[in-house]
Write a protein that binds this ligand. Structure first.
Ligand code: GLN
Length: 189
């Protein structure tokens, strides 16, 4: 099994390191042509506006949408969560990152404001238990509908969700030593 990490911008090598710790082969994805050999895909954190723009300059953006609709397991962390959503709130509309529109959820970027831009907090993750959440200018999920189910909350806000083959977290498991979230994703493949 090979898991691709979309490596346009953001925390790419950290995800590749995590997959190595999970004994899974990985591939740094820069072009759509590389997608044919992978069984799952990670969209890392970074700046969603930049990642979206750069992906749209190649066929990567549309290829990922097609694969997600076709059942390819995709895991988005932080900016990756933003891109997976169908809807964004006002602060998404302002900068207009084009979203993949795959998951039945409405998200809000940079939802914790200036004072709490980055922080760590222990969260409860359904199916895993206590998990160290690393939040960096993190988005939250305002609401989910349809088959999209919340898996974790922080301070009453949804910070993780799953919809069949799609998984999204506001926080960055690749910046911890805890491989359980990546294993959770690997189990989805
Ligand atoms: N605030 C960023 C965005 O909205 C996400 C930050 C991150 O990925 N750590 O794109």
């Amino acid at each position: 099994m090979i898991i691709g990490v979309v490596g346009i911008q953001g925390a790419v090598s950290e995800h590749l390191d995590m997959l190595k710790k999970c004994n899974v082969d990985s591939l740094w994805i820069r072009k759509a042509e590389q997608l044919c050999g992978v069984s799952g895909l990670i969209i890392p954190g970074g700046e969603s506006t930049t990642i979206s723009k750069l992906m749209r300059e190649s066929s990567l953006f549309d290829s990922i949408v097609d694969l997600g609709k076709g059942g390819m397991p995709i895991y988005g962390t932080c900016a990756g969560l933003v891109l997976l959503a169908k809807q964004g709130c006002e602060n998404v509309k302002k900068t207009e990152p084009k979203l993949f529109g795959l998951m039945d959820m409405k998200i809000c970027r940079n939802a914790f404001g200036n004072q709490k831009e980055s922080f760590e907090a222990e969260i409860d993750f359904e199916g895993i238990g206590k998990y160290p959440g690393v939040f960096i200018r993190a988005p939250i999920i305002d609401k989910t509908w349809g088959n999209c189910k919340p898996l974790s909350f922080y301070d009453g806000k949804i910070v993780a969700a799953k919809q069949s083959n799609l998984l999204a977290t506001s926080f960055h498991p690749e910046l911890t030593d805890d491989i359980r979230l990546h294993e959770f994703f690997i189990d989805m493949i």
